[in-house]
Design a binder for this molecule. Structure first.
Ligand code: FAD
Length: 359
């Protein structure tokens, strides 16, 4: 533990669903580990998301390994997920230390050194499971600094009330944008803008169907078959009930993306202008990997080269839950367990090979 100089088998950075799923399998493998999480409370990113958020799958298709998510009518909300994650930690007595923010992971010959705001840990392996919520992405857009209204990323949006009676532009063609546009209905005068026309998935495609598509793609890739293209080919937006209701009321028509911001609003190349009070950027997230900077592993696209979930250049480091590049469907509740299981199996092999090599 902190500053004790003791060497753990594994430190997991991040105590959201991906870190907890790793903890489940680490416990089962009998390894010595701790989970370091920056938040005051359990639940990873979920408590921070907007109030109306609903999962895109029913509870029975949103479970981590071992303990099923308690069922609810319809699609669970974010509090249900956060409560589930809290009870999951308790049920498996997972050693989560919080709030502990990992600032840097450094390579030493016989260990990885984990530097935090609460002391130092050392471990034979590190699993990084810090998610993407903490690294919201804002694209560069001409005039962004000129706009005098309010600008926020979807990660800072909580509920529609502060936007009551305002003219709001929502930017982005994904699930966050569609859900926030639906959430603002009846409160704000909303304009939705997207780079390309929004692509809604068929109404009967929910998170479970997406996971099956991702799984088929993984199997095709593993067996050397043609890439099935994964879920991207199907569309972008899951038609959860509030999105369906807004779409059916004709509230989800999008305009093309503007070309620049002005002091008063946004403007298109054809001379059209739109005045607005607020712009909500639903423009995605990037992996939160700053703590790994000292290892010097980032590729040009911001990811880290991996074989499965194991870093190619630093094999004592594993990356869990960041998205398709760390495993198809890995950034979902239902998908986190599969990659966690494979990761712990790889860690077990690595530790037993290094132990048997010890003099
Ligand atoms: P997180 O939940 O972000 O947890 C990471 C943890 O690591 C956090 O507690 C964070 O504080 C901590 N951390 C970060 N950096 C550090 C550090 N340096 N040191 C220590 N701790 C650190 N998935 C589904 O399956 N179904 C859905 O319906 C669904 N809806 C989604 C809706 C939205 C709007 C978003 C953004 C995502 C959704 N997802 C959904 C995807 C995914 O399940 C979530 O993003 C989930 O939060 C990812 O879990 P995680 O454990 O990887 O990361």
């Amino acid at each position: 533990t902190a500053d004790s100089g003791g060497l753990l088998d594994v430190v997991v950075v991040g105590g959201g669903q991906a870190g907890l799923a790793a903890g489940f399998y680490l416990r089962r493998a009998g390894l010595g580990f701790e989970i370091l999480d920056a938040q005051e409370v359990p639940g990873g990113a979920w408590p921070h998301m907007w109030e109306s958020l609903r999962l895109f799958s029913p509870a029975q298709h949103s479970s981590l390994p071992g303990r099923p998510m308690p069922r609810v009518e319809g699609y669970p909300g974010k509090r249900h997920v956060a409560r589930y994650l809290a009870s999951y930690e308790e049920r498996y007595d997972l050693p989560v230390r919080r709030p502990v923010r990992v600032e840097a992971v450094r390579a030493e010959p016989d260990a990885l050194r984990v530097e935090t705001d609460r002391g130092m840990w050392r471990a034979r392996c590190v699993v990084s499971a810090t998610g993407t919520w903490w690294q919201p992405y804002l694209p560069h857009h001409p005039g962004r600094a000129a706009f005098r209204g309010r600008q926020l990323h979807a990660a800072r949006y909580r509920h529609p009330e502060p936007f009551g009676g305002l003219r709001v532009v929502v930017v982005g063609g994904g699930n966050s944008a569609a859900q926030i546009v639906a959430d603002l209905a009846g409160h704000a005068d909303t304009t939705w803008v997207t780079r390309r026309p929004p692509r809604f998935l068929p109404d009967d495609v929910d998170g479970r169907a997406l996971f099956e598509v991702a799984t088929r793609r993984r199997q095709a890739l593993l067996s050397g078959e043609v890439d099935t293209g994964g879920v991207g080919g199907l569309g972008d937006i899951v038609v959860v009930p509030p999105v369906r209701a807004a779409r059916d009321r004709g509230l989800l028509a999008a305009r093309p993306l503007f070309s620049r911001l002005t002091a008063e609003g946004v403007a298109w190349d054809d001379g059209t202008r739109l005045a607005c009070d607020a712009i909500i950027w639903c423009t995605g997230f990037r992996p939160a990997l700053r703590h790994l900077t000292p290892l010097g592993l980032r590729e040009g696209d911001g990811t880290i080269a991996v074989n499965g979930t194991q870093s190619v250049a630093e094999p004592r480091l594993f990356l869990l839950g960041y998205g398709d590049w760390t495993g198809p469907g890995s950034a979902t509740l239902i998908g986190a367990g599969r990659d966690a299981r494979g990761t712990v199996a790889a860690i077990t092999r690595l530790l037993s090979s290094t132990r048997s090599a010890d003099p």
